[in-house]
Design a binder for this molecule. Structure first.
Ligand SMILES: Cc1ncc(COP(=O)(O)O)c(C=O)c1O
Length: 389
């Protein structure tokens, strides 16, 4: 049996797809220490620079002293504390949806929504570039999974019209995690209303970054999304722009109550420690008040686009802090990532199956805590690398 595992691992190495873990020896900031070396990092989702904020860390410490370290039980037994409750109310108010429910991870939140709403005879429609957790959730639900081409709403509409499943659920990333582009939520919601389908919007990468005061993708743009629509379900994570850990689902009270009653990834798991909820509360205050973080991100995105232009390895069209550099060949993406590492810059190579075959890339993530000179240094190093590889 072990020989078979060794064979499969060797195969992954031969395919250039083997994953190695970097062991960080410092906090998650733009300068991370790995193997005693300092690296300028463009490899984290801490878009607003809150993961190592002293006020967030202090809130975590206060929360630990007040509520202890472990939560001791699931939310349905005795794990649910007053601070979880306050945080759920604060999150619902912030995103302007009626109710919210905390989860330990976004992966679990997506599984909860999909498996609670649809089952064997139902249908799930998913953008082909959605996050793996949405696909896994659909498979686990046993509903029929129909994947439509990326952002192809005509194809989605045809599929919706063809299906006579009793319950239909459309799944979309709001900001696509490996591409950085943004789904047209308003148009998707209109389609779902027309065809009697639910719409689950996964805003893991938009919450805190996009929209008025960082309220997320639903609050972006001139035409507002109908927040009262009973078809709309919102999920956002708390470990990326918020800088802490966890996730929440927001929507109508009946939906949230269904999740409390039926979602297995809610009921059969230990509640997130209350101290983390304290840290998230503090981070939310900073996130809402400190508009300069979003303004700075916008400046850094423009700066990167100004300083790095290439027809060989183009930056994909993205207005978010996820700035992918399309390389295509996995081996070249690894080579470029290694070359940057030798220059003290950390940018991960993203390969299949995380992205489709022939679509390997470098995923540059910008953070409000980067300095302008650091982004220029990255752009110049990439230009030099292009001449050597
Ligand atoms: C789009 C998207 N959804 C969900 C998740 C899962 O969130 P979490 O890390 O909280 O499990 C991620 C990334 O981790 C993501 O990129």
């Amino acid at each position: 049996m072990l020989e078979e595992l060794v064979r499969r691992l060797e195969q992954r190495k031969n395919d250039g797809l083997f994953r190695y873990r970097l062991t960080r020896q410092s906090p998650q900031t733009p300068h991370v220490k790995i193997a005693t070396q300092s690296n300028l990092s463009f490899a984290s989702n801490d878009y607003l620079g809150l993961a190592n904020h002293p006020e967030v860390a202090a809130a975590l410490c206060r929360g630990t002293l007040q509520y202890g370290v472990g939560s001791g039980a699931s939310h349905l037994i005795s794990g649910h504390s007053e601070v979880h409750h306050e945080l759920e109310n604060a999150l619902a108010k912030f995103v302007e949806l009626p109710n919210a429910l905390l989860f330990s991870t976004g992966y679990m939140a997506n599984i909860a929504v999909v498996t609670t709403l649809v089952g064997h005879h139902d249908a799930v429609f998913a953008d082909k570039l959605n996050h793996a957790s949405l696909n896994d959730a659909a498979l686990l639900s046993k509903a029929k999974l129909i994947r439509y081409p990326h952002l192809d709403l005509e194809s989605l509409e045809r599929a919706l019209a063809r299906t006579n499943a009793p319950n239909k659920l459309v799944l979309t990333d709001a900001v696509f995690s490996m591409d950085g582009d943004i789904a047209p939520i308003k148009a998707l919601l209109t389609l779902c209303q027309k065809h009697g389908a639910w719409l689950l919007v996964d805003d893991a990468h938009g919450f805190g970054v996009l929209g008025r005061a960082g309220k997320g993708t639903l609050h972006r743009g001139l035409e507002p999304v109908d927040l009262n629509s009973p078809h709309l379900i919102y999920m956002a994570t708390l470990g990326k722009a918020v800088g802490v850990f966890g996730a929440f689902v927001a929507g109508q009270p009946a939906l949230i109550e269904m999740l409390i009653q039926f979602a297995r990834t809610y009921g059969y798991t230990t509640a997130m420690p209350s101290a983390l909820a304290c840290a998230i509360m503090q981070s939310l205050v900073l996130l809402e008040q400190e508009e300069w973080r979003r303004e700075k991100l916008a400046r850094l995105i423009a700066l990167l686009k100004d300083h790095y232009q290439s027809s060989r390895w183009p930056l994909l069209a993205s207005a978010t802090p996820i700035q992918p550099l399309l390389i295509r060949e996995s081996s070249t993406a690894i080579l470029l990532s290694e070359l940057l590492r030798r220059e003290g810059i950390l940018v991960p190579a993203i390969r299949p199956p995380t992205v489709p075959m022939g679509q390997a890339r470098l995923r540059i993530s910008l953070s409000a805590s980067h300095h302008e000179e650091e982004v220029i240094r990255l752009a110049e190093t990439l230009q030099r690398a292009e001449r050597t590889i």
